[in-house]
Structure formats: structure tokens, C-alpha cells
Design a binder for this molecule. Structure first.
Ligand code: PHE
Length: 438
């Protein structure tokens, strides 16, 4: 394999910068929006136990693999795959395509967040929260403007480059996110009857253990760690030197899990304290929580803090979603970062606007029986992310024959890595794809 070090490529200014941006990519809507509702729908504590088991074992391997391939090839996705074998170029190209498709629905939720921040600031009273949310997302113009606004913020930061845009945003937003999260956790656990929410999170009911739930935990773990769309491969390619990548990977996994658990501790005590349902699905954050905020003293300040938290998480992940396609365009087409970002803005707008409208005026348009938004979520989360991760594991394990002891000093861990990379993770990913198709 060629290992070309291109001096003109940017690199992280420090190891801390790399780790915080990788954590910024991982910690996103997946932790604060998706994790609590998937956990709520899959039995609470038992889901958490399975999730922790999977994220600390199986997920370590594809995460490490992506960063490692980025680090040794020092190329964006297409170039990285191409430098392994010319014929793999098209598999590599699936990564930025996945990124563009994920951006096209992820940024819609980003737009909703901006609206809820605005609503909290002006403290506008809402009569019926269920109706408000569904009426708002069905509007023809306003949500589109918000989607584009959110996209613009992320594109702007990406266009500023690795140091002044991506690193700078993460260095400010991630600590802010941690502070707000801890503040909200303290408020939540002090609400009356908060212990019922904590029991729901930490006292497992083994009767809820089933294969569907295990796959839901696996899917959530891959999504939250940003595995399978080349974001981490691209971030890995900017690493100058990291003598202990294993430690960095565990730092990323631990931090991501801590954020997800804290998000649960923030949400479930509040939900139980107000006798609401923990399994209300995607609306948990946009319907149930605003209802709760309206009933607590200084609710609009807390609501504002919560949605700013969600915004920070979404922006740091959003820029990582954009960086993969952006780096590919810069390096493949030899264009400037600004130009690449402008083109990306155009492409994502063309897909994201119909997807935003698919809650309202375009809800009649169905692709495989799904609205445009649901279809984008479905093909990316259920198919493209696991497939991309699968291809990369197969390439590393069976074609490059990467061995655990090339990367990991601990012998037992290195051996487990070998078996995981070749057999366990591909099998788990195939199950995920098959289940996703049903
Ligand atoms: N990990 C991010 C989250 O939890 C989402 C994401 C997926 C980001 C894939 C990049 C790549 O919200």
C-alpha cells in the first residue's frame, strides 16, 4: 500500500485538538435526542446494560479501524480506499455520499432546535405541545429557512478550515455543552420523584432482553460513534502523531457514553417526575420536554439552556459530517475549501429542502413507502453506515491483513482485535443490515 505523506494537508494543532473534535463528532443528536428515546422504547436499564457492553467491546474495533486507516493513508475517503487498491475507489466514494445524505436530514433537526431556542428566548406560551410540534414541522417555508440556517452555520465553520473553524468551534462548544449538561442534570435529579426515573435507567428488567433490542443497541452505538461514513477516517488522516491511538479511541468511547448516560439522567427523572411516558419516540425531546419545561419555575431559561446544549452537540457533529465530503472534493477535484463548501451547500440544499417539506406539502411523495425524510434516515442509518463499516473491516482484516499487534501493545487485546475485525464485527454488521431491511 502506498503511504504518501502530503505536506500540504492540514493537521491537528495538538492531540487534544484531535480528541476533542472526535468527541465533538461522536457527541451529537445521537446522544441527547436519539439515545434517550431509543432507550425509552427498548426497556430502559437493560438496554443501557447491553449498550455499554457493545460499545466498550465490538464498537472499539470499527472505530479504531477507521481512524487507523485515515492515519496511515493520510488521505480523504476516496483516496484512502484507492491507495489500498484502485478498484476500491468506488467503495470509498460511498462514504462522502452517505455524509451528504445524513447531512440532508440531520440538519433539518438542527433547524428545529434553532426554532425551540428562539421560542424559549421570547418565552412564547404554547397551548398544546403535541399540536405545536406537528404544525410547526408541517409549515411550508419556516422550517426550510431554519434548515438552511443551520446548514449555513456548519458550512461556515467547515469553510474556515481545520484550525480556525473545526478545532475552534469544538474547543468552545464542547466545554459549554458539558457545563450545560451538568447544570441540567443537577436540576433534573432534584425534581420530586426523580428516583423513579433513575430506577428506570439503572434497574434492569431482564424480561425485556431480546434480539431486536440488542440490534437497536448496536445500531445506536454505531451511529453515536459516527462510524461508517468516513468522518473519522478523515479526522484520522489529519493526525500528525499519536503513539497511543488505543487510549484515544477509549477516551472517545468513554466520553461519548458519559454524555449519553448524562443525557438520560437529565431526561428520565424529569419525565417520571411529571408522569409522562418515557417511550414517546422521536418527540421525547421536542414535545415531552417542552411540556415539562412549561411546568417548572424559570422553565424558559432551562428550556433555552437545553436547546442550546442540543445545538452545540448538533453543530460539532454537523461539521464532522461535512468534513468528509468537503475533504474529498478539495483533494479529488483540486478546488479550494471555500469552493468545496459552496458546492456542498448547493447539493445538500437540493436534497434537504424536499426532505424538510416531506413533513407537510410533500408528505404524499413516498420512496419505498417512506417519506423523503424517513427514507434518508432509513437508508443511511440502517444500510449505508453499517455497509461502509463492513467494507472497511473486510478490507482491513482480509485484504490488508492488518493485525492487532500492529496497533495494540496488549497481547490479549490485540488477539481479540484480530478475531473481532475478521469475524465478529462483520457478522454483527451483516445482522444489522439484514434486520434493518426487514
Ligand atoms: N455521531 C453523531 C451523533 O451522535 C452523528 C453522526 C453520525 C456524525 C455519523 C457523523 C457521522 O449525533
Amino acid at each position: 500500500m502506498r503511504n504518501i505523506l502530503d505536506n500540504k494537508r492540514p493537521t491537528w494543532t495538538s492531540k487534544y485538538a484531535f480528541i476533542i473534535t472526535a468527541i465533538g463528532s461522536a457527541v451529537g443528536l445521537g446522544n441527547i435526542w436519539r439515545f434517550p428515546y431509543v432507550m425509552g422504547q427498548n426497556g430502559g436499564a437493560i438496554f443501557l446494560a447491553v449498550y455499554i457492553l457493545l460499545i466498550s467491546t465490538i464498537c472499539f474495533i470499527p472505530l479504531m479501524n477507521e481512524l487507523y486507516i485515515g492515519k496511515i493513508t493520510k488521505k480523504e475517503c476516496v483516496g484512502a480506499y484507492e491507495s489500498i487498491n484502485k478498484n476500491f475507489k468506488f467503495l470509498g466514494a460511498l462514504n462522502p455520499v452517505t455524509g451528504i445524505l445524513i447531512a440532508s436530514f440531520y440538519f433539518i433537526v438542527g433547524g428545529w432546535i434553532i426554532n425551540y431556542i428562539y421560542k424559549s428566548i421570547i418565552a412564547s406560551p404554547i397551548a398544546n405541545y403535541d399540536d405545536y410540534f406537528s404544525t410547526f414541522i408541517q409549515m411550508p417555508v419556516y422550517p426550510c429557512i431554519l434548515t438552511l440556517g443551520f446548514l449555513f452555520i456548519c458550512i461556515f465553520l467547515t469553510a474556515r478550515g481545520i484550525k480556525n473553524g473545526i478545532e475552534a468551534a469544538n474547543k468552545v462548544l464542547m466545554p459549554l455543552l458539558a457545563v450545560i449538561l451538568i447544570f441540567l442534570v443537577i436540576i433534573s435529579v432534584n425534581l420530586p420523584n426523580a428516583s423513579a426515573g433513575l430506577a428506570y435507567m439503572f434497574e434492569p428488567d431482564f424480561s425485556k432482553l431480546n434480539s431486536h433490542m440488542i440490534l437497536a443497541a448496536l445500531g445506536q452505538a454505531f451511529f453515536t460513534l459516527s462510524i461508517g461514513m468516513g468522518a473519522l477516517l478523515t479526522y484520522g488522516s489529519y493526525i500528525k502523531e499519536d503513539k497511543n491511538l488505543v487510549k484515544s479511541v477509549y477516551t472517545i468511547i468513554l466520553s461519548d457514553t458519559a454524555f449519553a448516560i448524562l443525557a438520560g439522567i437529565m431526561i428520565f427523572p424529569a419525565v417520571f417526575s411529571f408522569n409522562m411516558e418515557p417511550n414517546s419516540g422521536a418527540g421525547l425531546v421536542f414535545v415531552t420536554l417542552p411540556k415539562i419545561f412549561s411546568q417548572i419555575p424559570c422553565g424558559n431559561v432551562i428550556s433555552c439552556a437545553f436547546f442550546v446544549l442540543l445545538f452545540c452537540a448538533a453543530v460539532t457533529s454537523g461539521i464532522s459530517i461535512l468534513e468528509g465530503p468537503c475533504a474529498t472534493m478539495i483533494e479529488r477535484f483540486k478546488i479550494s475549501r471555500i469552493k468545496a463548501c459552496a458546492i456542498l451547500f448547493g447539493i445538500i440544499t437540493v436534497i434537504a429542502i424536499p426532505a424538510t417539506l416531506s413533513f407537510g406539502v410533500l408528505d404524499g411523495i413516498k420512496i419505498f413507502d417512506k417519506t423523503i425524510f424517513d427514507f434518508l434516515d432509513f437508508i443511511t442509518s440502517n444500510l449505508m453506515l453499517p455497509l461502509n463499516a463492513l467494507f472497511l473491516c473486510l478490507i482491513s482484516g482480509w485484504y490488508l491483513k492488518i493485525k492487532g499487534n500492529h496497533i495494540i501493545k496488549n497481547k490479549i487485546l490485540a488477539k481479540s482485535f484480530d478475531i473481532g475485525l475478521r469475524y465478529v464485527v462483520p457478522a454483527a454488521l451483516i445482522c444489522l443490515v439484514v434486520m434493518g431491511l426487514r
